[in-house]
Design a protein around this ligand. Structure first.
Ligand SMILES: [Zn+2]
Length: 291
C-alpha cells in the first residue's frame, strides 16, 4: 500500500501530492519478475499513475497510460481508478542494460515513442491525450504531457532505487500543480524550491516524511493538508472482462480456439490470474460474437 499525502497552499494556487510507492513497486516487481531497469521504468510510471488516479473526481473514474517506445523495453501499460487501485505491466520485463552514468538507463530502455493517457470519466467517450516522449525517463514525459495536453503548469519528480536483491529499496514521487490564478511570483518561488530539492530517492533514503518533503516544496507558503488517499497494487480483472475481450476478437479467432485448441487459457497481463475456458464456454462466446 502507498499513502498519498495531499496539500494545498492557503490561497489555493499550489496543489501538491506525494506518495511513498515502495510497496506498490515491490508488488509489481514480484508479479512480473522485472529486471532493475524494468522495475525503475514501471515503478516510476505506477507512481505517477497512482498520483493521477488520486486526482480523479469519482471513485468509478479510471485512467490508462500507454507508453510505447522503440527501445528494448518496448513499452508499458498502467492503470488506476479513483478508489485506490493501481496496476501495470511492461512488454519486456527482463530487459538488461548497462548503467548510464551510474544510473539505471530508463530512457535508453524505452527509447523514442509516445505517451498516451485515456481517461474514462463516465462520459460516452474516454478522453485521450497523446504526446511524443521527451526523454523516456517518465517524469519529464508526464510533465510535458500536462503542459501540452492539459495546459496546467506541473512539476513531477519520480524515483525508484533498486536494491541488490532486485526489490525496490525506495520508491516515491510527487506532483505539483499551479491552479488557475497563480501569478508568476508563485511559479518562480516553487521553481526555486524544486531546484534546491534533492532527488526523491535521496529524500526517502534520508528518512524524510511526506510532510517534510511537501513543506520543502512549498517553502515560503502557508499550506494546509487535504484528505489523503491509499493506493495499492491490485487487479480488477474478472471472468466477465476476459469474456468481453475474447468476444471483441471476433468470431473467426474464437472458432480457431474452439477447433484448433479445444479451449483457451488466458493469463491476465496485470496479475498472475489464469482464466481457463473450455469448448462449451468458448462456443457460448462465439454465439454472442455472431450477434
Ligand atoms: Zn488481473
Amino acid at each position: 500500500m502507498g499513502y498519498i499525502t495531499k496539500a494545498i497552499d492557503a490561497d489555493g494556487f499550489v496543489r501538491i501530492s506525494f506518495i511513498n510507492s515502495r510497496d506498490i513497486v515491490n508488488t509489481a516487481q514480484k508479479i512480473h519478475n522485472t529486471s532493475p531497469v524494468a522495475t525503475a521504468a514501471l515503478g516510476r510510471t505506477l507512481t505517477i499513475t497512482a498520483l493521477m488516479g488520486a486526482l480523479l473526481k469519482e471513485p468509478t473514474d479510471n485512467m490508462t497510460v500507454y507508453i510505447k517506445g522503440d527501445g528494448p523495453l518496448g513499452g508499458m501499460v498502467t492503470a488506476a481508478d479513483g478508489a485506490g487501485m493501481v496496476k501495470g505491466y511492461v512488454y519486456e520485463p527482463l530487459v538488461d542494460l548497462p548503467l548510464k552514468r551510474g544510473k539505471l538507463d530508463v530512457g535508453g530502455a524505452i527509447g523514442k515513442g509516445s505517451l498516451a493517457i485515456s481517461r474514462d470519466l463516465g462520459m460516452k467517450e474516454p478522453y485521450v491525450g497523446k504526446v511524443p516522449l521527451v526523454t523516456g525517463e517518465i517524469g519529464e514525459d508526464f510533465t510535458y504531457y500536462f503542459a501540452m495536453s492539459e495546459q496546467t503548469p506541473t512539476a513531477i519528480a519520480l524515483g525508484v532505487l533498486v536494491d541488490t536483491d532486485l526489490t525496490a529499496k525506495q520508491a516515491g514521487g510527487f506532483i505539483v500543480q499551479l491552479m488557475p490564478g497563480a501569478g508568476d511570483d508563485v511559479a518562480v518561488k516553487i521553481e526555486e524550491n524544486l531546484r534546491e530539492l534533492p532527488p526523491v530517492t535521496t529524500l526517502l533514503e534520508e528518512g524524510k516524511t511526506p510532510e517534510e518533503i511537501i513543506e520543502a516544496i512549498a517553502k515560503g507558503f502557508a499550506i494546509k493538508y487535504l484528505d489523503g488517499a491509499t493506493y495499492e497494487y491490485r487487479c480488477d480483472c474478472s471472468y466477465e472482462k476476459i469474456s468481453r475481450a475474447l468476444i471483441s476478437l471476433g468470431k473467426e479467432d474464437l472458432m480457431d480456439m474452439i477447433e484448433k485448441d479445444g479451449g483457451a487459457e488466458i493469463t491476465c497481463q496485470f496479475c498472475p490470474k489464469v482464466y481457463r475456458l473450455d469448448k462449451e464456454e468458448l462456443t457460448a462466446l462465439y454465439e454472442s460474437a455472431k450477434k
